[in-house]
Design a protein around this ligand. Structure first.
Ligand code: DQA
Length: 140
């Protein structure tokens, strides 16, 4: 089973970025733990700060992979183009947000992605990525 975690802008700074909201762990360290927990999965990680690069990655994986776990960061709330890319691809996507976006500023309450996703996991910290992985493994 081939699954990719795609993180959008500023998520490369996890561990140092606003730790009171996003925690103190780097994503790289968390990803290595996940890989150890799910050795049977072909699990990849991709991060980019640019909208176009994220769209290119969705096109590249979106017709052959078994699952996409996407935290689009702030593009979630602004990007019609990434929403369109999610509508265009076949691979099911789970939208993840580390923080509870509904407990934050109102501009974070809207997502251009959710309507094109299998489901949404919000506010569970980094564990949200593992919950999304669980969804895919239980399906497959
Ligand atoms: C985020 C929430 C977004 O509103 C924010 O812009 C992020 C991270 C989260 O994981 O909680 O960059 O997607």
């Amino acid at each position: 089973m081939k699954i990719i975690i795609i993180n959008g802008p500023n998520l490369n700074l996890l561990g140092t970025r606003e730790p009171e909201i996003y925690g103190k762990q780097t994503f790289q360290a968390y990803f290595e733990t996940l890989q150890g927990q799910y050795p049977q999965l072909n699990l990849e990680y991709y991060q980019n700060n640019s909208e176009g690069a994220l769209i290119d990655k969705l096109h590249q994986v979106g017709f052959s992979y078994d699952g996409i776990i996407l935290n689009g960061g702030a593009y979630t709330h602004t990007s019609v183009a990434i929403g369109d890319a999610l509508a265009a691809i076949n691979t099911p996507t789970v939208e993840v947000h580390i923080s509870n976006v509904y407990a934050r500023e109102s501009f974070r309450h809207h997502s251009y992605f959710s309507a094109h996703c299998a489901g949404i996991i919000v506010g569970m910290g980094l564990t949200g990525y593992e919950l999304a992985l669980n969804y895919f493994t239980k399906q497959g």
